[in-house]
Design a protein around this ligand. Structure first.
Ligand code: DGL
Length: 281
């Protein structure tokens, strides 16, 4: 296969990264995706940096065994903790979702008051605040970890009264800060966007980093002369892999993606383990 028509690897701890895969399918319909959801080890948000780097290395090695031409870390937590490591260890383009999300927030806010909601890991890494201070030094940033959102989304309780109650508890603090922009800093959160919008009020602009991430992906592939050369009418064969719960994942994927997911194969990525540079030598 020509290098340009090789697939793009996309990964997350579970179903959240499908919100990024969906955006890639929408903006770049000639690209093929290999998606990996680490459903056996979700959530990532409460785990240490070392653990997330270890998981991310295994997944990247698995995706590379499928000859992907680039990797999108469709997970804010893994982007916060493992992007630099993967970029330094892998010789294909690797992009994350945090910088694009921060960029969009900086372009969107009018009153320079930006909220970030994300996992405990992403919030404690301080990475959104760091990027925002670089791009928009005047911005005031208010952060809130919302750890219960991920299991609620994985359970598909997207429209449940429990989800509204949990959102209300987490977000009441942010409502008091008069923010006009709120970054959905976890790829699971766009799936409960309507609830978050309802709780925050219509005036707050919600930022889903998936849109800007896809634009960055396009630009990076173009720079590396790696954009797919196939025709939009050609058959595209997206493939899906998980570490557990294939059927549940497949059903969820079919409810949100524009393509039919016939199968989600279960794989054990530990066997692709690369635990550090030393072992590569
Ligand atoms: N969806 C991921 C993120 O963007 C991870 C959520 C989790 O597994 O805790 O951070």
């Amino acid at each position: 296969m020509e290098k340009q028509n090789a697939p793009i690897g996309v990964f997350d701890s579970g179903v959240g990264g499908l919100t990024v895969a969906r955006e890639i399918m929408r903006q770049m319909p000639t690209e093929e995706i290999i998606y990996f959801g680490d459903t056996a080890r979700v959530p990532y948000g409460s785990k240490s940096k070392e653990t997330i780097i270890n998981f991310s290395r295994q997944i990247a090695a698995f995706l590379q065994s499928k000859d992907v031409k680039a990797i999108v870390i469709a997970c804010n937590t893994a982007s916060a903790f493992a992007l630099e490591t993967l970029q330094s260890e892998i010789d294909i383009p690797v992009i994350g979702v945090v910088k694009p999300g921060a960029k969009t927030a900086a372009q969107t806010t009018k009153n320079n008051r930006i909220g970030i909601i994300a996992t405990e890991g992403t919030i404690s890494s301080n990475i959104y605040t760091k990027y925002l201070k670089q791009i928009a030094p005047k911005a005031q940033v208010f952060t809130k970890a919302c750890p219960l959102f991920v299991p609620l989304v994985e359970e598909q309780w997207l429209y449940d009264s429990v989800t509204i109650e949990v959102a209300d508890r987490y977000l009441s603090e942010l409502r008091a800060y008069d923010i006009d922009t709120l970054v959905l800093g976890c790829t699971h959160y766009p799936l409960i966007r309507h609830t978050i919008q309802k709780v925050m009020g219509e005036k707050v602009h919600l930022v889903n980093p998936a849109y800007e991430t896809t634009k960055e992906l396009h630009q990076v592939l173009e720079e590396h002369q790696l954009l797919a050369t196939r025709d939009v009418m050609d058959k595209i064969n997206h493939r899906f892999y998980v570490s557990d719960g294939s059927d549940k994942f497949r059903m969820f994927a079919n409810s949100i993606l524009p393509c039919q997911v016939e199968e989600a194969k279960a794989v054990s990525v530990e066997q692709y383990a690369v635990s550090g540079k030393e072992e590569r030598l």
